[in-house]
Design a protein. Structure first.
Length: 136
């Protein structure tokens, strides 16, 4: 059912081809933010995002807007949670969208959370993220 929802979302939002000749160019900023997330490097993490980025809970609940807000929230989270780690389970690239299936450890000894993140990349930066969270 979730895969059907993801397909419908991608179909409705439209899959634009990358301007670049590298059809996997959208992966670069997504991997950069993942590296920053896993090292707790807020500057590296945010370097992958547009200033006007929008973060949604799937499908359309706006939860965060703008890089400054992300700096506040994620910076605080990186400081409070030294065990924070995101393991990439699977990655799919479709034009300027990257879909990551992730397993997130918030605290050692606690169960991981399953997340699907849908990143929209424009002009080499992430302009939108939609998170589909598991039920655990």
């Amino acid at each position: 059912m979730r895969l059907l929802l993801l397909f419908c979302l991608l179909f409705n939002l439209g899959l634009n081809a990358q301007d670049s000749s590298d059809k996997y160019a959208a992966v670069s900023p997504v991997q950069t933010q993942l590296d920053g997330y896993n090292t707790g490097d807020i500057d590296l993490f945010l370097s992958a995002y547009a200033d006007t980025v929008k973060i949604y809970s799937f499908p359309n609940e706006l939860t965060m807007e703008g890089k400054a807000t992300m700096r506040e929230r994620y910076g605080s989270m990186f400081e409070r949670m030294p065990d924070l780690h995101c393991r990439l389970i699977n990655r799919t690239v479709m034009g300027n969208r990257v879909l990551d299936h992730e397993s997130v450890i918030w605290e050692k000894g606690k169960p991981a959370s399953e997340v699907v993140a849908i990143y929209l990349v424009e002009g080499g930066l992430i302009t939108e993220v939609r998170f589909l969270r598991g039920t655990n």
